[in-house]
Design a protein around this ligand. Sequence first.
Ligand code: SAH
Length: 213
Amino acid sequence: MKDTSKHQGLRKQLADVLKKKGIIDDHVLKAIKLIPRHLFIDSSFADHAYQDKAFPIAAEQTISQPFTVAFQTQTLSINSGDKILEIGTGSGYQTAVLIELGASVYTIERQHELFKKTSLFLPKLGYVPKKFIFGDGYKGFKEKAPFDKILVTAGAPFVPKPLLSQLKVGGKLLIPVGDEKQVMTLFIRKTSKEFEKHELGDFSFVPMLQKKN
Ligand code: SAH
């Protein structure tokens, strides 16, 4: 696993691109500058790792576009010590960003191949979540609820009820909702029964799947 000054230079450029696109949270930009994204993707795409693009990873999934990762992270305004549930571990890149910001992360993946691969890889880079969970994100993770923030990194056809109910009062759920395209949707839990909803623009994600293949 190699990280060079060339990669570091490319990351700095990527952070500048993201800044122009509206990422203003310095902690997020710093994480982008630190994390070696080229190590999270297939070596045949590694040369392009610092373009603002999504790429294929294993099991027909994708590593989210850097802007999307930065936007979701910024929107959730992560504080050090936040307890976070992430749905869709994938490559682990978003997980690494959250951990870099000091969060305690529980992350769920339904593809066994990715679950295995990423749970071995991420700790080698020094990023250790509280728990890698192999399972179905539609159910959330009741054992460790409630969470300060819940981040969904796959396109959900609807908002799963368990995710809303596993939020702390004052907590935030960020979820892309839709079939072909998704609307980035933020829910803030105001009281045990009331949620405030904000729609934050169109994005494109791989689907949040309901049954095991
Ligand atoms: N955060 C990841 C994004 C990966 S793409 C990254 O930056 O690499 C979305 C991921 O969600 C895929 O790995 C996919 O397998 C996973 N996924 C899809 N449906 C899911 C579900 N119901 N539960 C848990 N993970 C799911």
